[in-house]
Design a binder for this molecule. Sequence first.
Ligand code: SF4
Length: 289
Amino acid sequence: REYKSSLESTWCPGCGDFGVVTALTRAFSDEKLDPTALSLVSGIGCSSRLPLWMNAFGLHSCHGRAVPAAVGARLAKPEVPVIVTAGDGDLFSIGMEHFPHAARRNFDMVVISMDNRMYALTKNQVSPTSRTGYKGSLTPYGNLDNPFNVINFAIASGATFVAQTYAGNPKHMTEIIEAAIEHKGFAFVNILSPCPTYNKLDTFKFYKGRLVDINKELGHDPSDKQKAMELAEHDYDADYNPDAKVPIGIFYKTEEIPTFEEKVEALKEKYKPENPETVWDDILSNYKV
Ligand code: SF4
């Protein structure tokens, strides 16, 4: 099947987001996803244009609202897979209040952050994942804030699959996206995706030689939640330690927690439609004194 649309991309030459499209295309093909029964939901930003370049049902929603729009799609048509593709600012600044609640409810969806560690569409402002000291257009003396650790936040929020990969490694990215699609529950994938136009620190050159596959090279077992959070801490040492490594791979994964959709199905099974009054009897019984 053809997963790329015929529209010409407007991303800058060399943008890391091109690699994400390539990996998604390969993953959709390998997973045999039907583009006529697949939803891609995004917010606003450079990376959020992605649904335009793909063949699937796309929703280019409001700034920060990709996750609640995706939740709506899940509830309306639970048989259709939903994949969110949004930027680090969109997901973790404007949309911050939505992410942890979708994660803890364990909606069966994939949320991909295309993390260039700044706002690109509005021409280079600091985002929640920008390095300390990053010089953006509104912070000429450097960012005073510490970067937000999205991996540990996702794990602490209750996401049942949490991984990180890199836009310059299509093979690893494809493997991780496929594992996220196959996962039953809320899967978060942070993709380190350089912006060569504005971000002169988190570049392809910066990541070259620093990436460590925590599963293959360090033997990390994704069921070890404590170790996952320790490994994620190293992500930001590079701000202070020029020799620091950047971890990629599956940090955490469990399928022991039921999804929201499974809980809804269990409720439907309990309260059969032929006896709708039992729903209200049961609810009202809780209020009897
Ligand atoms: Fe990509 Fe940066 Fe260009 Fe946006 S500004 S399309 S993130 S390279």
